[in-house]
Design a protein around this ligand. Structure first.
Ligand SMILES: *[C@@H]1O[C@H](CO)[C@@H](O)[C@H](O)[C@H]1NC(C)=O
Ligand SMILES: *[C@@H]1O[C@H](CO)[C@@H](O)[C@H](O)[C@H]1NC(C)=O
Ligand SMILES: *[C@@H]1O[C@H](CO)[C@@H](O)[C@H](O)[C@H]1NC(C)=O
Length: 274
């Protein structure tokens, strides 16, 4: 069950009315950011991605607390308008920026989604439970439960050579032809076209729940206790924000951090009030 891997760590302590208090935001590198709640009362918002061409956030969330039933939804980041997307068990989402296409992986294959017409179109891999999906030069996806990474090109799925010896949980690439991925061992980087994996950090217990890049191609990781930036020179992880039960991360067109905790989507807005 996918559920077992993303089960919440039952932090109900912070439930209840959240009163906005002055200066309860976060400071990153000297700059103060307010926490703006974009949407709340969601169950474990997961696998966040932003389409910069429409400033729309795509993510999935659980619709049954104890079963593998998910739904992909979208939020217009200019108006915070929310809507569900009509795909059964939509789970993983990615954007092909060049062709302005959104791809959504479900427990029964991959779909293309048209933002303007709200239409979905089946792409392929009927019967596959899609675990992760990422568009770069081609569409990459991994399947559940094998967690093997494939490319889908022209309707043909091929096991991705560079990572054929490993499981892949989260996967992104930066603009420098380097892949970043997680598996049950840890977080790795690896130049495309090679098998030279570089360990960034080991995760013997709880691995990352989210992996993303911003528009400067810096790589960020969401762990249960917060958001970390990858220092590519070291290589290592540096914590930048504390989060209680982080579930996902993405950046909007203004390079603001959007993250999920176990029930809300939150934007960190730069502010000079504190
Ligand atoms: C913090 O500031 C330094 C120096 O301006 C910069 O090199 C670094 O990328 C910044 N880090 C973050 C997380 O913004
Ligand atoms: C994709 O398939 C079509 C038809 O089978 C073929 O004409 C085209 O060359 C293929 N493109 C690539 C990139 O393989
Ligand atoms: C994770 O990836 C590393 C580097 O490719 C590999 O050595 C390791 O065996 C992988 N772990 C799993 C559980 O697949």
């Amino acid at each position: 069950m996918k559920y077992l891997l993303i089960v919440a760590s039952l932090s109900i302590a912070s439930a209840g009315v959240i009163k906005e208090e002055a200066c309860d935001g976060v400071r990153i590198n000297g700059t103060y950011y307010e926490k703006e709640i974009i949407k709340t009362d969601l169950d474990r918002p997961y696998l966040l991605t932003v389409d910069y061409s429409t400033n729309t956030l795509y993510f999935s969330y659980s619709i049954k607390s104890d079963e593998d039933i998910f739904k992909t939804a979208r939020i217009d980041l200019d108006t915070n308008a929310f809507s569900d997307i009509d795909i059964v068990n939509g789970f993983a989402q990615t954007v092909d920026y060049e062709h302005q296409k959104v791809f959504i992986g479900s427990n029964d294959g991959i779909y293309k989604y048209d933002h303007d017409t709200n239409q979905v179109e089946f792409v392929g891999q009927r019967g596959s439970d899609i675990w992760a999906i990422y568009y770069d030069d081609v569409l990459y996806y991994s399947e559940f439960p094998s967690q093997f990474l494939y490319t889908l090109s022209n309707g043909t799925a091929t096991r991705f050579k560079d990572l054929e010896d490993t499981k892949v949980d989260h996967f992104v690439t930066d603009g420098d032809n380097t892949m970043f991925y997680t598996n049950a061992t840890g977080l790795f980087s690896q130049k495309k076209g090679t098998k030279d994996a570089v360990l960034i950090e080991e995760f013997p217990h709880n691995g990352p729940r989210g992996l993303t890049t911003n528009k400067y191609e810096d790589v960020y990781v969401c762990m249960r206790d917060g958001i970390y930036e990858v220092d590519k020179t070291q290589p290592s992880l540096k914590k930048i924000v504390d989060v209680d039960d982080c579930f996902g991360i993405a950046f909007d067109i203004y390079d603001e951090i959007i993250y999920a905790d176990w029930k809300s989507l939150i934007r960190l807005k730069e502010s000079d009030i504190c």
